[in-house]
Write a protein that binds this ligand. Structure first.
Ligand SMILES: Nc1nc2c(c(=O)[nH]1)N[C@H]1C(S)=C(S)[C@@H](COP(=O)(O)O)O[C@H]1N2
Ligand SMILES: [Mo]
Length: 389
C-alpha cells in the first residue's frame, strides 16, 4: 500500500466511530419499534428487540418499561386511547350483536393489578443450535425475550360477562390492531390466537398500565391482554376485538405456529402451547472473563410458569459438583426469583457455569431439551462459558 493510500485508509478508520454512532438510531428506525433501543440494553433482531439478559443484573424484580423486550410481527402502531374501541362479537354472546367498550368504560370497571412475566415461546431458541446442535426456525433469541412487569387493568372475565358470554362458549379470540402479518408472500391476517374460555375467565387482564405508567406504544397501547404464565403470543397487544365462540376457533397462531412439531411429537404436532416452561440463567455475558484469586458474587434469576420456584442449584465445574444458590426474592407464582452464589476461582482457563431451577411441583431443568422444529420452550440447563484469567 502506498503512503497516501494508507493515510486515506487511516483517516477513514478514524471516522468510523462517528459513523457507527450515527448508525444506531437508523437501525432502530428500521425495526418499526418506537422506543429507543440503546445497544447496551438491546440486541436488534429484525422487527424485534431482545433485552440483554446480562443487563438485568442492575434491575430489580420488575423490568423497567424502557428495558422490556419487544416482539412485533410487523411494527408498532401508534394508537390513541381516545378513539379506541374494543369490539366483542360472535355466536358465543347471547345478545348476538357486537358489544363495544371505550377506553373510559374499561377504566370504569374494577381495576386489578398483577405482576406477571411475559416470555416469548421462543426464548432461548438459539441454544437448541449452540448447545444441542439442532437446526430450528424462528427468531434466534438467546435468553432476553422475557421481562416482568406489574400490569393494571380490567378483568377479561368482567368484560366478557358484560358482553353477555353464553354458558356454552368454548373459545375467545383476541385480535390486534397492528398490520396483517405477511410471510412468504401470503397474508395470515392480523395477529390473533384462540384462548379457551376457562383461561379467559380465570386470571387474564386487559392491561392499560405497565409498571405504573400508561401502557407504552411498543407494548400494546392503549390496551393489551396479559395472560399470566402462558406463552407470550397469548398476550395480544393493541387489542381491537375479541370473538366469542360456541365452537373451537383456529388461527395460524395455534395451528402452524406455537405447537411442537418434530420427531418426538405426533404428525399433526402437539396441542397448541399454553404454559411457558422453566429457566435459570446467570446475569453474565457469554464468554465473560473473570479473575482468579478473588471472590465473585455470581447472580442470576430463575422462573417457572408451572409453580413457584423452590430451589436453584449452581455448578462452576460443568456439572460435576452442585450447591444451592441463595434466593433473594420470595418465590411467587408468575414471578422470577433473583439468586446469588459466591465463587472464588483458582485455576486460569475455560470453565462452564450451570444453574438449575426446581419448582414447588418438582419440575426441574433437564440436561437436554427435547427438540421441536420451531425451537419453542427451551428448558434445558444453560451451559454458560467463561474464561478465568
Ligand atoms: N397484536 C400483537 N400482539 C402480540 C404480538 C404481535 O406481534 N402483535 N406478538 C406476541 C408475541 S410473539 C410476544 S412474545 C409478546 C411480546 O410482548 P412485548 O413485545 O410487550 O414484550 O406479544 C405478543 N402479542
Ligand atoms: Mo413470542
Amino acid at each position: 500500500m502506498t503512503a497516501p493510500a494508507r493515510r486515506t485508509l487511516l483517516k477513514a478508520l478514524a471516522a468510523a466511530p462517528a459513523l457507527s454512532a450515527l448508525a444506531v438510531p437508523q437501525a432502530a428506525a428500521a425495526t418499526g419499534i418506537v422506543k429507543p433501543l440503546p445497544p447496551e440494553y438491546f440486541t436488534l433482531r429484525g422487527t424485534n428487540a431482545e433485552a440483554r439478559y446480562e443487563s438485568f443484573a442492575d434491575t430489580g424484580p420488575l423490568t423497567p418499561n424502557a428495558r422490556f423486550f419487544v416482539r412485533n410481527h410487523t411494527s408498532t402502531p401508534v394508537l390513541d386511547a381516545t378513539g379506541w374501541r374494543l369490539t366483542v362479537w360472535g355466536d358465543g354472546l347471547h345478545g348476538g350483536g357486537p358489544v363495544h367498550f371505550t377506553h373510559g368504560q374499561l377504566r370504569d370497571l374494577p381495576a386489578v393489578t398483577r405482576t406477571a412475566l411475559i416470555e416469548c415461546a421462543g426464548n432461548g431458541r438459539s441454544l437448541y443450535a449452540t448447545q444441542q446442535g439442532e437446526t430450528v426456525t424462528g427468531t434466534p433469541w438467546t435468553l432476553g425475550a422475557v421481562g416482568a412487569a406489574r400490569w393494571r387493568g380490567a378483568r377479561l372475565s368482567d368484560v366478557l360477562r358484560l358482553a353477555g358470554i353464553a354458558g356454552d362458549a368454548v373459545d375467545v379470540m383476541p385480535r390486534g390492531l397492528d398490520d396483517e402479518y405477511v410471510t412468504g408472500g401470503v397474508s395470515l391476517g392480523r395477529v390473533r390466537r384462540p384462548l379457551p374460555v376457562a383461561k379467559a375467565l380465570d386470571d387474564v387482564i386487559l392491561a392499560y398500565e405497565m409498571n405504573g405508567e400508561p401502557l407504552p406504544y411498543d407494548h400494546g397501547h392503549p390496551v393489551r391482554l396479559v395472560v399470566p404464565s402462558w406463552v407470550g403470543i397469548a398476550s395480544i397487544k393493541w387489542l381491537g376485538d375479541i370473538e366469542v365462540s360456541r365452537a373451537p376457533l383456529a388461527s395460524p397462531w395455534n395451528t402452524e405456529y406455537y405447537r411442537m412439531f418434530g420427531e418426538a411429537y405426533p404428525p399433526g404436532g402437539s396441542a397448541p402451547l399454553t404454559r411457558q416452561t422453566l429457566k435459570s440463567a446467570y446475569e453474565l455475558p457469554f464468554g465473560a472473563t473473570l479473575e482468579t484469586g478473588r471472590t465473585h458474587r455470581l447472580t442470576g434469576r430463575a422462573w417457572s410458569a408451572l409453580a413457584p420456584v423452590r430451589e436453584v442449584d449452581v455448578s462452576v465445574d460443568g456439572g460435576a459438583h452442585w450447591r444451592p444458590a441463595r434466593l433473594l426474592d420470595a418465590p411467587r407464582r408468575n414471578g422470577w426469583v433473583r439468586w446469588t452464589a459466591p465463587w472464588h476461582p483458582h485455576r486460569p482457563g475455560p470453565a462452564t457455569l450451570l444453574a438449575r431451577v426446581t419448582d414447588a411441583d418438582g419440575n426441574t431443568q433437564p440436561e437436554r431439551a427435547v427438540p421441536n422444529t420451531q425451537g419453542y420452550l427451551f428448558n434445558a440447563v444453560v451451559r454458560h462459558p467463561v474464561t478465568l484469567v
